[in-house]
Design a binder for this molecule. Structure first.
Ligand code: PMP
Length: 398
């Protein structure tokens, strides 16, 4: 007999991790699966960052519990980074370093959201946002941008969704899963809707800021009156190919940073000392390797765009950032290969895994049931082969 709490019973499993696990099962059976389901850079962490970690170990100075919110010199470096790269003025005591941006987001939700409070999620959205809101017993309110608008919800839509119960608005830019990048003008319009509303805050997830093909990255916290209302999320996983090091951080109003520190002090304490030292090296070094990786993602983006457009019935935007495509494949719904009929994006993903041996993630998990998410953080060779397999397999449906 199991006696799980309602909290865990009602929690959705991470769709991206579930698909990755399914792909792994196929691989273990000896099937050559190309996995395009995880948001994971296929690059190694740059050497100088690895060296930073090795030096920290060799110094024998970083084996004890670090301060819960992160080492003071690291928080200073993050404060400097926010100022230098984003124009954001967060002092070191407004910074909290956590076990990945995922923990940062959960900390903030638990700090701000009471049971029954509403959180506006600009949709399509990263899968863990709604799980974090539900963990805080809040109610996700999806505000949807469609393909015709480059998947970007507008300030007018946000305004229409705000109620007395709205506490937070959360979104990512560059966006996972759509690759869309909100322009300064679009962020200004959203800021205008939020600015004068007491008790309403914005969580701006900027973890893909460096993987941006559209030029300058804009932070909503820089808009007039917004610094006191914005929690800026960032981390090392994507731009520095450091997913496994588990380093995320926030810049936030002091009272929110203090609350996150309090929660983290009871849940995980600080994150790994050595990962923090490696992060200090990364944030105080030249961004050359990050830029080189972004250029490579840019080449793959062009390739995948061309290959996707070569598949009949596929509709896609040209993503301006991150490393995902979010094509609309709904023209295949209702079609059959004679045995199996595809009814929705989830069934299509399973069908492609079983028949094309390519793993993608259903758009349902990200708020758009017509789409699938394809991560192009994979080699050019694998991308070419995967897109060929997808095209050949879809051609069998009629
Ligand atoms: N935000 C977004 C938009 C992401 O895509 C991810 C990772 N998939 C995260 C946050 C979490 O990053 P981390 O690995 O630092 O927890």
């Amino acid at each position: 007999m199991e006696h799980l709490s309602n909290r865990i019973k009602n929690m959705a499993e991470s769709a991206t991790l579930a698909m990755a696990a399914k792909a792994r099962e196929f691989k273990e059976k000896g099937i050559d699966v190309i996995s395009l389901s995880l948001g994971e850079p296929d690059f190694k962490t740059p050497k100088h960052i690895q060296e930073g970690a090795k030096e920290a170990i060799d110094s024998e100075k970083y084996f004890a519990y670090p301060p819960v919110n992160g080492y003071a010199d690291l928080r200073q470096a993050i404060s400097d980074k926010f100022k230098r790269e984003n124009g954001l003025d967060y002092t070191p005591n407004q910074i909290v370093v956590s076990n990945g941006a995922k923990q940062s987001i959960v900390n903030v939700m638990l700090s701000l959201v009471n049971p029954g409070d509403e959180v506006i999620v600009l949709s399509p959205f990263w899968v863990s946002y709604t799980a974090a809101i539900e963990m805080a017993e809040g109610i996700p309110v999806l505000v949807k941008g469609g393909l015709e608008n480059d998947f970007k919800a507008t300030a007018e839509q946000v305004k229409a969704a705000i109620t007395d119960k709205t506490r937070v608005i959360i979104f990512s830019s560059p966006c996972n899963p759509t690759g869309s990048v909100f322009t300064k003008e679009e962020l200004t319009a959203i800021a205008e809707v939020v600015r004068d509303r007491e008790g309403l805050y914005v969580i701006s997830d900027e973890i893909y800021e460096h993987i941006n093909f559209s030029g300058a990255h804009a932070s909503i916290g820089t808009m007039p009156g917004m610094l006191d209302k914005t929690i800026t999320i960032n981390g090392m996983a994507k731009g520095f190919a450091m997913t496994g090091w588990r380093v995320g951080f926030i810049g936030a109003p002091t009272w929110i940073a203090k609350a996150c520190n309090k929660i983290q002090g009871q849940v995980t304490s600080a994150n790994c000392s050595i990962a923090q030292r490696a992060t200090l090296t990364a944030l105080t070094s030249d961004l050359g390797p990050t830029k080189a990786m972004t250029e490579e993602y840019g080449r793959r983006r062009a390739l995948v765009h061309q290959l996707l457009n070569d598949i009949p019935g596929v509709k896609t935007n040209m993503p301006q950032g991150a490393f995902y495509f979010f094509p609309d494949l709904s023209s295949y719904f209702g079609k059959s290969d004679g045995t199996t009929t595809i009814n929705n994006a989830s069934e299509l993903c399973i069908y492609l895994l079983e028949n094309a041996h390519v793993s993608l993630v259903t758009g349902e998990a990200f708020g758009d049931e017509n789409c699938v998410r394809l991560s192009y953080a994979a080699s050019e060779e694998n991308l070419r082969e995967a897109l060929k397999r997808i095209k050949d397999t879809l051609a069998k449906l009629s």
